[in-house]
Ligand binder design. Structure first.
Ligand SMILES: CC(C)(COP(=O)(O)OP(=O)(O)OC[C@H]1O[C@@H](n2cnc3c(N)ncnc32)[C@H](O)[C@@H]1OP(=O)(O)O)[C@@H](O)C(=O)NCCC(=O)NCCS
Length: 396
């Protein structure tokens, strides 16, 4: 709950409420995403996530999020062609990625590369919302190319340019390996991208909105999102959930692991959510995908271990609102697609650029600079002491 400390400053007349973490603070009206955390429901522009995961594609879902309606065939074709035309990255950006330390975290590389894209745009600053949207699409199209290029460089390989005529998801997998992915793998990646594309006013979306509200360029907007998603409290739990499953190693160890973790107040990764008080609807979809991939790839042991951890955790957490979230199986899906663990968060970013762009543009349609306040509780009128007569922190 918010706290309301008193300030003795005369300028502050009213009792002040501090919304630490901005819990339950609404910063705008939105038509983009609705989460019913009590009923396990998630809607993009009013469409149920289950329906989009089953029938839509990442391209179509991105169009829906950004423009607000499901595209006609010709709108979708045009949109897809536009992404295709933007997908390749400049040689100079490739050269930059090539020179970055191979030990860099891919999220740091992504943050640097998205920011650098802005340097090669002859007109990054514009107030025109259509032009801003287009720049969001350009970044959306290029990010898989950036991630794949870094992965190639750090493993001693040359980058693979986009092939063309592949979906966003399939292009990404293709640029990682140079082979066209198995159709089911491409489908699994596509669904994962749909599920990560948007999630209302989370920390990174808020960061993008704050940056957009200053009328900064879209490269700065998306760079803010990538930087915010970098933190382990936001992106990153999928990696931790997979590591747990790999460490537990076998379904027979799951019960001991869970009992020990809970006894020592350690969190079970992939469980719990600030908004969902029941299961996250994305978890069910990803669990099904992970189960299917496990069968296809002969990785039943990994999947069975994850299921055993889930079963055991739910048994011991019964009566609490701690249920599996999106991250409980997403890492397993990416792992079974042969993707390195530290690329999971960049893939999350690659997908979320649709949501970030949609929210930034929606906010700009009725912009107000975001400028909250901090309640000052320090001293005032402190006499300035010459440097040689200061006694250091003790004077505070
Ligand atoms: C996501 C998360 C930060 C949301 O937490 P929250 O709703 O703000 O809840 P709190 O952090 O205030 O925790 C409330 C209680 O539930 C417990 N809890 C929350 N998540 C838990 C988990 N995954 N495993 C075990 N206990 C958990 C906390 O220990 C706390 O217990 P306490 O009251 O006895 O101290 C939290 O559930 C978490 O850390 N989960 C693991 C990481 C993860 O999967 N993140 C991805 C989110 S999509």
């Amino acid at each position: 709950m918010p706290t309301s400390p008193q300030s003795n400053l005369s300028a502050i007349k009213e009792p002040v409420v501090i919304h630490k973490g901005l819990d339950n603070v609404y910063v705008k009206e939105s038509k983009i995403c609705y989460i019913d955390g009590e009923a396990s429901k998630l809607f993009y522009r009013g469409f149920r996530i289950e329906e989009l995961a089953e029938h839509s594609t990442f391209e179509e879902t991105s169009y829906l999020l950004i423009y607000g309606w499901l595209p006609t065939r010709s709108q979708l074709d045009q949109f897809t062609r536009k992404l295709e035309s933007y997908r390749a990255i400049e040689l100079r950006i490739l050269d930059l990625i090539r020179t970055l330390p191979t030990k860099s975290d891919p999220m740091d590389v992504l943050r640097t590369a998205v920011s650098t894209l802005g340097l090669y745009d002859p007109q990054p600053m514009t107030d025109d919302l259509n032009a801003k949207t287009d720049k969001g699409l350009m970044i959306l199209a290029k990010v898989p190319t950036i991630i794949a290029a870094f992965q190639r460089f750090r493993t001693g390989n040359e980058p693979i340019p986009p092939k063309g005529n592949l979906t966003h998801a399939a292009e990404f997998l293709y640029m990682l390996t140079g082979s066209e992915p198995d159709p089911y793998d491409a489908h699994a990646m596509d669904v994962a991208l749909i599920l990560h594309a948007e999630h209302e006013m989370n920390a990174s979306t808020f960061a993008c909105t704050v940056t957009a509200s200053t009328l900064a360029d879209m490269y700065s907007v998306i760079t803010s999102g990538v930087g915010t998603l970098r933190g382990p409290l936001h992106g990153g739990a999928n990696e931790a959930a997979l590591k747990t499953v790999l460490e537990v190693g076998d379904a027979s160890n799951a019960e001991n692991y869970v009992v020990d973790a809970l006894a020592h107040k350690r969190r079970i990764m992939g469980f719990g959510h600030r908004v969902y008080r029941t299961w996250d609807p994305r978890y069910l979809i990803l669990k099904k995908l992970a189960g299917e991939l496990a069968l296809r790839k002969g990785q039943r042991k990994l999947f069975d271990t994850a299921v055993a951890i889930e079963t055991s955790a739910r048994k011991h957490l019964e009566g609490t609102p701690i249920f599996p979230n999106v991250d409980s199986y997403s890492g397993i899906v990416f792992h079974m697609l042969d993707i390195e663990t530290d690329l999971f968060t960049p893939i999350f970013a690659m997908s979320r650029i649709s949501g970030w762009t949609a929210h930034a543009i929606e906010y700009l349609e009725a912009n107000r600079l975001i400028r909250p306040k901090a309640l000052y509780i320090g001293k005032i009128d402190v006499p300035y002491a010459p440097v040689d007569s200061r006694s250091g922190r003790s004077q505070e």
